[in-house]
Design a protein around this ligand. Structure first.
Ligand SMILES: [Zn+2]
Length: 64
């Protein structure tokens, strides 16, 4: 593990491209090319942003 949950080994502060929480590990990447530069905290945030980018006004993503 490069990072710990307590944040002692954070090399940079990366924020989720959707909800803005700090991402302590490598995070989750979107498969969309136009979102490739963004890092997300969870699959949920990737799915939400993917749908937004695809033109869905009010994305509904199942939790978990
Ligand atoms: Zn997020």
């Amino acid at each position: 593990m490069r990072f710990s949950d307590t944040g002692y080994y954070i090399e940079s502060y990366v924020k989720c491209g959707n909800c803005g929480v700090l991402v302590y590990d490598e995070g989750v990447k979107s498969s969309r090319a136009d979102l490739a530069a963004e890092t997300f905290c969870s699959d949920w945030c990737v799915s939400w942003k993917d749908q937004k980018a695809a033109g869905v006004a009010d994305p509904r993503i199942k939790a978990g």
